[in-house]
Design a protein around this ligand. Structure first.
Ligand code: NAD
Length: 437
């Protein structure tokens, strides 16, 4: 098939490269010229394991091109929308202007009988609004919603081998035809037995935001309990292991720590509450506000631990921050808890030296006031306190003995609960985790 992907960011670039890998001819379209230039040269514009190889092979085989000229996408059978839906400044609602602009652009070039497929995460009701827009502009073109569940850091695998496919389609024959077109796009995944759920448009939109709201709630649940564990002298990790054995609960997403961040979960739960308000059902999702508050408080808790460990003030103290990206195996620093902690400590007068295997460039663009060291050893030099905030393997595997030779003092906050407290204490460290005795 001929496939276009509008929006070549974290989601769209991977989707485009993966679609080419599946044998489709793909035109990636973005309004950002520098992004298109880099992608056309086979260079990923962000860190995502496996993406550079996929880009190169797609381009070399002549199946993948990137352009800013939307007319090059005119022959596509299927147009994916993968543009951003960020939080609107000053509001919790999602900013849908990029989605509307992409739809308008596609409607202007799409051939009759082609299909537009939304992948961006949108508030429920958005697709219905877009269907109306399309009826005015290109009545022969269909719209479906196919939410994306990929995880940054595993995006290539998640796109090539999704754990489920959800198609939201319009009613009637048209919806049947649209679902068949999506089946052709995802033929390999379907042949491999990937579950496929076909719904109406509203359900497909809601599936995505509900999944993210559930994950966020799970994380904030364990973090809230970790606060109780901390004052009660209990161990949140053992507790999570114990309740996680219950198949109804499950162990995943029950790791207490500095909380969630990134370009999805925080803005998605806020947009969900904003949409609930618009629908006159704000109280049904009021708990998500508390999920958000708990999550923000985790960052504060880490800062408070730092102040306490350094005797009541971090002013003029040297603090090594291990990690700036919002999660390991990603360079994404959007709403990163790690970066937030670093900025707060800097604001309290600390000399913050932040390090990260991949995220420094992005972090530096947002927060040039921080000092960055690409090498973890350089960041650790003479530190009064080490704060592990993003659980990259190289930080998980730090040797407590070697680390103590580099730092000035022996204080460590394990804001992801990934180190062995007994081992670090035995080697002379004052270890503080989240909700660990
Ligand atoms: P991003 O900001 O990395 O990428 C968005 C891209 O869209 C940018 O490159 C931007 O230049 C481009 N764009 C904006 N307007 C355009 C237009 N009119 N035509 C063509 N390109 C345009 O964002 P992202 O992280 O890739 O997220 C995109 C969407 O996917 C969001 O709705 C997000 O919630 C959703 N999503 C993201 C992930 C993820 O892990 N990043 C996972 C699932 C869903």
């Amino acid at each position: 098939m001929i496939v276009s992907v509008f929006g070549c960011g974290y989601l769209g670039a991977v989707h485009a490269a993966a679609m080419a890998d599946l044998g489709h001819t793909v035109i990636g379209v973005d309004i950002d010229e520098s992004k298109i230039e880099a992608l056309s040269a086979g260079a990923a514009t962000f860190f995502e394991p496996g993406l550079p190889d996929l880009l190169k092979s797609g381009i070399e085989r002549g199946r993948l091109v990137f352009t800013t000229d939307i007319r090059e996408a005119a022959d596509a059978d299927v147009h994916f929308i993968a543009v951003g839906t960020p939080q609107t400044p000053g509001s919790y609602a999602a900013d849908l202007s990029y989605v509307r602009a992409a739809l308008t652009a596609i409607a202007g070039i799409a051939k009759p009988g082609s299909l537009i497929v939304g992948k961006s995460t949108v508030p429920v009701g958005t697709a219905a609004e877009l269907v109306e827009m399309l009826e005015d502009r290109a009545p022969d073109v269909s719209l479906a919603w196919n939410p994306e569940f990929l995880r940054e850091g595993f995006a290539v695998k998640d796109t090539l081998e999704p754990d489920r496919l959800v198609y939201g389609v319009v009613a009637g024959d048209r919806g049947v035809r649209d679902a068949a077109a999506l089946d052709a796009v995802y033929a390999d995944a379907l042949a491999a037995g990937t579950p496929r759920i076909i719904t109406d448009l509203a359900t497909a939109e809601l599936v995505k935001v509900s999944a993210n709201a559930f994950l966020a709630t799970k994380i904030s649940f364990i973090n809230a309990v970790s606060e109780i564990a901390e004052v009660a002298g209990a161990d949140i990790t053992a507790l999570a292991d114990a309740i996680g054995h219950d198949a109804r609960i499950g162990r995943k997403f029950l790791n207490a720590g500095v909380g969630f961040g990134g370009g999805c979960l925080p803005k998605d739960i806020r947009a969900f509450t904003a949409r609930a308000e618009e629908l006159g059902r704000g109280s049904s999702l009021a708990f998500l506000h508390e999920v958000d508050v708990i999550n923000q408080r985790q960052r504060q808790r880490v800062v408070e631990h730092a102040v306490r460990l350094l005797g009541g003030s971090v002013n003029d103290r040297r603090i090594a921050i291990l990690g700036v990206s919002f999660k390991p195996n990603s360079d994404d620093v959007r709403d990163s808890p790690a970066l937030d902690v670093a900025v707060q400590l800097k604001g309290l007068g600390a000399h913050v030296i932040a390090t990260d295997p991949e995220g420094i460039e992005n972090a530096c663009r947002r927060h040039p006031q921080l000092t960055y060291e690409p090498s973890v050893n350089d960041a650790l030099v003479d530190a009064d306190l080490v704060v592990l905030v993003t659980e990259w393997d190289e930080y998980r595997n730090l040797d407590p003995v070697e680390t103590l030779k580099i730092t000035r003092m022996n204080n460590i906050i394990d804001a992801r609960n990934v180190l062995d407290p007994a081992n670090w204490r035995e080697k002379g460290w004052t270890y503080v985790g989240i909700g660990r005795p």
